[in-house]
Design a protein around this ligand. Structure first.
Ligand SMILES: [Zn+2]
Length: 164
């Protein structure tokens, strides 16, 4: 499994609140107030806007209910598509959702720089070689990871141009 730049790995692929399949926020952080001996604590709850609870066939009763993301996966770390399924319009939609989700997580990005860089990275890898008629499959994660990196850096260096 390839490793992408830290931010993308941390905030997206490894994050329990972001679906790796469609980049929706599937869990939201909630706080349990302090009560008696228990200190206040935060936990992740299902995002009711992007997920549903479905019954599935399972060995035990407790496993029959699962939380599914809108895109059809039952885990924040799954996806139902492969890089070769992606096309430019679908990539754009994914990119948009990714930007929305990282902003909801409290990260500041320069949207323009992030989008431009991700699309450029995607396009560069996706050019067709006319001579051999080979469609080079893009590493979607790599393109998005590079875009996110640039978007975060750009927001730090020129804060006025961040959040659109
Ligand atoms: Zn999803």
């Amino acid at each position: 499994m390839s490793i992408y730049p830290d931010e993308y790995q941390e905030h997206v692929l490894n994050a329990p609140d972001v679906c790796s399949g469609c980049f929706s926020i599937v869990r939201v952080e909630r706080e349990l107030p302090a009560r008696g001996w228990h200190a206040a604590e935060t936990y992740y709850a299902r995002n009711e806007q992007t997920t549903s609870v479905e019954h599935v066939q399972a060995e035990t009763v407790s496993e029959t209910e699962q939380v599914f993301c809108e895109c059809g996966v039952a885990s924040a770390f799954d996806r139902v598509w492969a890089d070769r399924d992606m096309d430019r319009s679908r990539f754009r939609a994914m990119l948009k959702r990714l930007m929305h989700s990282v902003e909801r997580k409290g990260l500041t990005i320069n949207r323009q720089r992030m989008a431009a860089h991700a699309l450029q990275a995607y396009g560069r890898q996706h050019t067709t070689d006319d001579d051999v008629q080979v469609r080079i499959v893009t590493d979607v994660d790599a393109a998005l990871a590079q875009g996110l990196n640039v978007g975060l850096r750009a927001a730090v260096t020129s804060p006025s141009a961040s959040t659109a």
